[in-house]
Design a protein around this ligand. Structure first.
Ligand code: ARG
Length: 258
């Protein structure tokens, strides 16, 4: 009799412990331990993503914005640097969960990734060495010149499309990074860089370069997620739309644009 009672009590204790552990791991822990959002970015694109030379950290408008979005939807972020043309492949391969990289929402890209609501508008700019005699007013002035762009960008697409349509004599040099393109411009290896206009404005604060013309392209930046990742996308969009009309967003912009 006594033994049976002891066994029953022991079984009850085990049951309570097992149920308690189950409840903890299934319901309590997921809300206290944060999930990680792996963010792919090409950090050669100030003020959106660039390397802070003193701290060696990747910083910028996109980084602060994606961190704020992640915080709102219960994620911690891990920033993964990837060359721009490798971002969509990395997203598709499941190496990252989101692209935050000044990426223009285009029809072609929308076939392979899903974009968030837009958070920025931009045109293209022609960047020259500061004070240079050669001051192109548009693509039509680039005949016989060497043009630097970043591989896989809308700038690369813009100039190659222009060459195909007009058979202009322009040589295109594609770089893995806009920083390398800017350095080659300063070294005299190329004549101009074509880059998003807000980035041209940021580059001319650090490098001896200036904008000689802008080209209206009316681009809009969005975050990209894997196609069909609708749960993540709608959470991101909800958080984004709240942030975009907040003072926090104004603070982020002024922090990086002065
Ligand atoms: N907005 C352009 C595009 O989507 C250039 C983006 C480059 N971004 C970067 N982080 N380097 O093609």
């Amino acid at each position: 009799m006594k033994i049976t009672r002891t066994i029953i009590i022991a079984l009850l204790v085990i049951l309570v412990v097992v149920v308690g552990l189950l409840v903890y791991y299934l319901y309590v822990q997921p809300t206290t331990v944060k999930r990680v959002l792996r963010v792919g970015t090409s950090p050669d694109f100030p003020p959106f993503e660039f390397i802070n030379e003193t701290t060696n950290e990747i910083v910028g408008i996109d980084i602060d914005l994606v961190k704020l979005v992640a915080q709102k939807i219960g994620y911690e972020v891990e920033i993964v640097p990837i060359d721009f043309d490798g971002l969509i492949p990395a997203l598709q391969a499941g190496q990252i969960d989101i692209v935050a990289s000044g990426m223009t929402i285009t029809e072609d890209r929308s076939k392979v990734v899903d974009f968030s609501i837009p958070y920025w508008e931009a045109n293209q700019a022609i960047l020259i060495v500061k004070g240079s005699q050669f001051k192109p007013r548009g693509l039509e002035d680039l005949n016989g010149k060497v043009v630097g762009v970043q591989t896989g960008t809308t700038a690369e697409e813009l100039v190659t499309k222009y060459i195909n349509e007009t058979s202009a004599n322009i040589q295109v040099k594609s770089y893995t990074s806009y920083i390398l393109a800017t350095q080659d411009l300063l070294n005299g290896r190329i004549d101009v860089v074509i880059v998003d206009e807000p980035v041209a404005r940021a580059l001319q604060r650090t490098y001896n370069v200036e904008t000689s013309a802008t080209i209206e392209t009316g681009e809009r930046y969005g975050f990209a997620v894997r196609k069909g990742n609708t749960e993540l996308l709608s959470a991101i969009n909800k958080a984004l739309s709240e942030i975009l009309s907040s003072q926090e967003w104004i603070n982020i912009i002024s922090k990086y644009t002065g």
